[in-house]
Design a protein around this ligand. Structure first.
Ligand SMILES: Cc1cc2nc3c(=O)[nH]c(=O)nc-3n(C[C@H](O)[C@H](O)[C@H](O)COP(=O)(O)O)c2cc1C
Length: 483
């Protein structure tokens, strides 16, 4: 399998980026990352954000379980001051898997305990919770809801890849869309969930609009008839209504959002399309056949799916600020249909395909789109994603991005599972701990995608670097594969 990450120094990395056509500045001075910043009323003590990282390890009724508490304990002790809690469903039918967190009356106090565990660990390590903010990402999984797909629109490229597990059939044009009334009920559920989040002491809620879950799909729903489709005003009606109602009913709660600024289009393995292959490229990802202009991909040039068109994402960012959102966490892609866009990786996940582009191109796509949003919104907290593939040099790129105003905070995803205390290590030693740096081999995604767990979902974490817990789970899965 091709290897991409061959850099021995930040100089090598910069030269590699130049060769691929874009500059990737770095800085060996991390001080910009340790400056405080405000997100609305929240004072955040440094520029590090733990990205939402689902562990798929809740109880079947949606409460955190042992491994969930452990994850937030480790994040709390790690030193990042913005802990962006993972996807938490607003309803049972909105869950992406049977162990996803789900906020309701029956789980609220356990979620409150999870926040306490996180804050207590932070206090034990840093003396107080000053400058720490921890919240939840409220989600409706839409098309990817595990019970059955709930579509905001028909997507000619994604429908044939969307499996309705309840029937074993792929979605087609006859599959019903969520009605406008159903979307109104979903607005109500968001407001109830936000009220519970406020009650249990979340510092913020994220109204999630990324990765082609429901609100992200709505952003692209140009072909949907009615009040929630067509114009950008209509496509953003649900998020606008939800934000307005939360602000009116829970004025103390800070509202943020993680949003896709570029959807891309689905990719599949070349051999799945029955195209001629040679033995080397049969597993390589290629875009699904598609017609121009593309109709339903947000932030994408309709005549070239590889190019971002940020006209609408920039308009949406401006509106979100007007509506009262206090920070935007920028993401892109779809973890099922184009994982290389969401999280550039050295090795593909089991349900993916071999890299169709150099992962550094993917990292630079994240950085450049984030920089455009930040440039259009100077002084407003914009959080960047896609750092983990940079491995040892992630924080050098991060320091430069923050220092030079290409983002305000740096979000760390996979690397936070292998090395949850990377911030403390950076503060104390000037570098991350080499022995714990995520190599983006996709173990975490592979655990998530493994089948046949008695509860319907394997938990995920980092088998290579958090061996004590996830090593045995990985072995169990490998054993099953050998059967
Ligand atoms: C195991 C796993 C769980 C994730 N869970 C979430 C989630 O709950 N919400 C979300 O917005 N993104 C989620 N992501 C995406 C990450 O937050 C992040 O955007 C992505 O991994 C790219 O950042 P990185 O390069 O630092 O890993 C998840 C990714 C992985 C690998």
């Amino acid at each position: 399998m091709a290897r991409f990450f061959k850099y021995k120094s930040a100089d090598d990395l910069r030269a590699g980026a130049e060769k691929l056509g874009s500059p990737l500045p770095t800085s060996s001075d991390p001080s910009a990352l340790f400056q405080p910043i405000s997100i609305g009323r929240l004072a955040i003590g440094n520029r590090f954000c733990i990205q939402p990282m689902e562990g798929c390890d809740g109880t079947t009724d949606g409460a955190p379980d042992e491994l969930t508490y452990r994850r937030y304990q480790r994040f709390g002790a790690g030193g990042a001051k913005l802990i962006w809690g993972e996807a938490t469903a607003i309803d049972e039918a909105a869950r992406m898997n049977p162990r996803q967190l789900w906020i309701h009356d029956g789980t609220a106090s356990a979620l409150e305990d999870m926040l306490s565990v996180c804050r207590k660990a932070h206090t034990e390590s840093f003396g107080s919770v000053a400058g720490l903010a921890v919240g939840l990402q409220l989600t409706h999984s839409g098309r990817f809801s595990f019970r059955r797909p709930q579509l905001a629109m028909h997507d000619p490229l994604l429908d044939p890849l969307t499996l309705d597990k309840s029937t074993g059939k792929f979605v087609d044009a006859s599959y019903p869309l969520l009605s406008d009334d159903a979307l109104k009920r979903i607005e109500d559920q968001y407001v109830v969930a936000a009220g519970l989040a406020a009650r249990i002491g979340c510092d913020f809620v994220d109204i999630k609009q990324c990765h082609r879950y429901l609100l992200s799909e709505l952003l692209a729903a140009r072909n949907r008839p009615g009040e929630y489709g067509g114009s950008l005003e209509n496509r953003t009606r649900l998020v606008r209504n939800v934000i307005g109602r939360i602000r009116a009913e829970f004025p103390e709660l800070t509202i943020v959002t993680r949003m896709n600024v570029y959807d891309g289009i689905p990719y599949v393995r070349r051999d799945r399309l029955a195209l001629p292959t040679d033995s080397d490229d049969s597993g390589t990802g290629i875009p699904v056949p598609h017609l121009h202009p593309l109709q339903v991909a947000f932030g994408v040039d309709p005549n070239n799916h590889l190019k971002c068109d940020l006209t609408e994402p920039l308009q949406l960012a401006a509106w979100l600020r007007e509506w009262g959102v206090a920070a935007i966490n920028v993401s892109m892609g779809n973890p099922y249909a184009n994982p290389h866009v969401v999280r550039p990786a050295e090795f593909a996940p089991v349900d993916g395909y071999d890299a169709p582009e150099h992962p550094l191109i993917g990292v630079m796509r994240h950085f450049s789109a984030t920089a455009s949003l930040q440039k259009a919104n100077p002084g407003f907290p914009i959080i960047g994603s896609g750092y983990s593939w940079l491995q040892d040099f992630a924080m050098e790129a991060a320091a430069s991005n923050v220092r030079d105003g290409r983002c305000s905070l740096v979000g760390v995803g996979r690397a936070s599972l292998s090395h949850p205390d990377f911030v403390r290590h950076l503060q104390e030693h000037g570098t991350m701990n080499r022995k714990l740096i995520c190599r983006t081999f996709s173990y975490c995604t592979n655990l998530m995608r493994s089948k046949d767990h008695p509860l319907g979902q394997y938990p995920t974490g980092c088998p290579p670097f958090d061996k004590e817990i996830y090593g045995p789970i990985w072995k169990e899965i490998e054993g099953k594969r050998n059967l």
